[in-house]
Design a binder for this molecule. Structure first.
Ligand code: GAR
Length: 190
């Protein structure tokens, strides 16, 4: 199963996936390409580290969504990689119908809350400020509804009275780093 990773930021989840692959724990999945919409994103530094092609793809003309020429460029890059699975690992842009229709049923997203609670931006902060006692992370299929596609798997994280936003963020990231590679491995094994 050929996997393409899309990310906009530090890429800790992409690193967890590549480390799992290195350790033989990614099932029949193989990461073949990393793509970012930010030229200076740390996620691109994983390319040379793990010997995977990593590229910036210009997402213009829009700021927060992927549509128009930028969308066409991303579709071409994913097609060139012959992806069986597209993993959004911290890709902070809303996908539109052109991309979604090009890869129907092949796109999964990671979100830092127990969806359907706290969709959208800052899922960790939203849960912390709301004062819930249990939050977590979700891997779901991507549809046109932002953070609304079918839930594939989740991992719960408890919020203790002593937790700060920083300590909760660390716990969520640790859960994500376990959940996402495990889901990819499972999907690759059918
Ligand atoms: C992750 O916490 C992921 O859940 C979140 O971005 C972070 C990326 O971290 N994604 C979203 O909020 C999507 N709505 P990373 O770049 O270190 O993997």
């Amino acid at each position: 199963m050929r996997v393409v990773l899309l990310g906009s930021g530090r890429g800790s989840n992409a690193a967890a996936i590549l480390e799992a692959q290195h350790a033989g724990k990614l099932g029949r999945a193989k990461v073949v390409q990393i793509l970012s919409d930010k030229p200076d994103a740390k996620i691109l530094e994983l390319g040379p580290r793990f010997d995977v092609r990593a590229e910036f793809v210009d997402p213009a003309p829009f700021k927060t969504k992927l549509e128009g020429e930028g969308e066409t460029r991303f579709i071409a890059a994913v097609n060139a990689a012959q992806a069986d699975l597209v993993v959004l690992a911290g890709f902070m842009r809303v996908l539109k119908l052109g991309f979604l229709n090009a890869f129907v049923g092949k796109i999964i997203n990671l979100h830092p809350s127990l969806l359907p609670s706290f969709p959208g931006l800052d899922g960790i902060g939203q849960a912390f400020r709301r004062g819930v006692k249990i939050t977590g992370c979700t891997v779901h299929g991507v549809t046109a509804e932002v953070d609304g596609g079918p839930i594939i798997d989740q991992m719960a994280v408890s919020i203790e009275p002593t937790d700060t936003l920083e300590s909760l963020t660390e716990k969520i990231h640790a859960a994500e780093h376990a959940l996402l590679p495990a889901v990819i491995a499972r999907l690759s094994e059918g």
